[in-house]
Design a protein around this ligand. Structure first.
Ligand SMILES: Cc1cc2nc3c(=O)[nH]c(=O)nc-3n(C[C@H](O)[C@H](O)[C@H](O)COP(=O)(O)O)c2cc1C
Length: 234
């Protein structure tokens, strides 16, 4: 068990949420996890347990502060924007990971896993897809406002260009950090995992009911290793 990870949900979290168990410990040595990290191309269709899902989501974007009041995260984001949201697409519907309460916020109850894939048939019925979504609305805050003020005050095109470049690069790099954290967690837990760019952005956005300010950046498909040919998700 990992302690000090759960915060009481605030009054703003009135949405329908399903609590996940506390994330479990991953005791694999970092060297061993890095040695085992692989992209897998086959997945059992067996559902991922809530314990494993909670642990993997915690690795992607979980609380690791020293106290209940400290909402420090397992993965970094530029300017601490926390602009990458993790959606969970499963047979029982679409959910949004809430790191503060270690829970899944209900989006809808349709199985949209097929919309997450293009060609790879073995990926299609994998039990879980994590979709990393850039939410532009979250790239606000003190540091961003300060940068805008500097640009406005100095009227410097160079600073404006630099600020623009930072905003463009950050969601991609911040997503990469989560992808790697999940690859390592999966390696430690013995779960198959594949990062994917092969998806249709418009189809994924529709399936996840995303707003205009939200863009899917990457999908990570998860599933247990198939135990035999009949365990493969055809
Ligand atoms: C951002 C990203 C996107 C990827 N997209 C795909 C993909 O669309 N299809 C695919 O088969 N593999 C995809 N991969 C997996 C890579 O092809 C894989 O990491 C590479 O072949 C190296 O293999 P390894 O991860 O086992 O070291 C992706 C990997 C990353 C990091």
């Amino acid at each position: 068990m990992v302690t000090f990870k759960k915060k009481a949900p605030g009054p703003q979290n009135a949405a329908l949420e399903r609590s996940l168990p506390e994330p479990g410990r991953m005791d694999a040595a970092l060297t061993d996890a890095l040695m085992k990290r692989r992209t897998a191309y086959d997945f059992s269709d067996e559902p991922i347990s809530d314990e494993h899902l909670s642990t993997i989501l915690w690795a992607a974007d979980g609380l690791n502060g020293k106290t209940h009041r400290d909402d420090h995260r397992t993965t970094p984001t530029a300017l601490n924007w926390r602009e990458i949201e993790t959606y969970v697409v499963k047979a029982n519907g679409v959910w949004l990971w809430n790191p503060l309460s270690c829970s899944l916020v209900f989006v809808h109850d349709h199985d949209r896993r097929r919309d997450m894939c293009l060609l790879q048939p073995l990926v299609r019925q994998a039990p879980v897809h994590l979709v990393y979504v850039f939410n532009k609305e979250k790239t606000q805050g003190f540091a961003t406002d300060l940068a805008h003020s500097i640009v406005k005050y100095t009227k410097s095109e160079r600073i404006a260009t630099l600020a623009e470049e930072v905003s463009e690069r950050s969601p991609l790099i911040d997503t990469g950090a989560k992808v790697m954290a999940v690859y390592l967690a999966c390696a430690a837990l013995g779960i198959n995992c594949m990062a994917r760019q092969t998806f249709e952005s418009a189809r994924v956005s529709k399936a996840l009911l995303l707003k205009d300010a939200q863009t899917p950046i990457c999908i990570q498909t998860l599933g247990y290793k198939p135990r035999g040919i009949l365990d493969l998700a055809f």
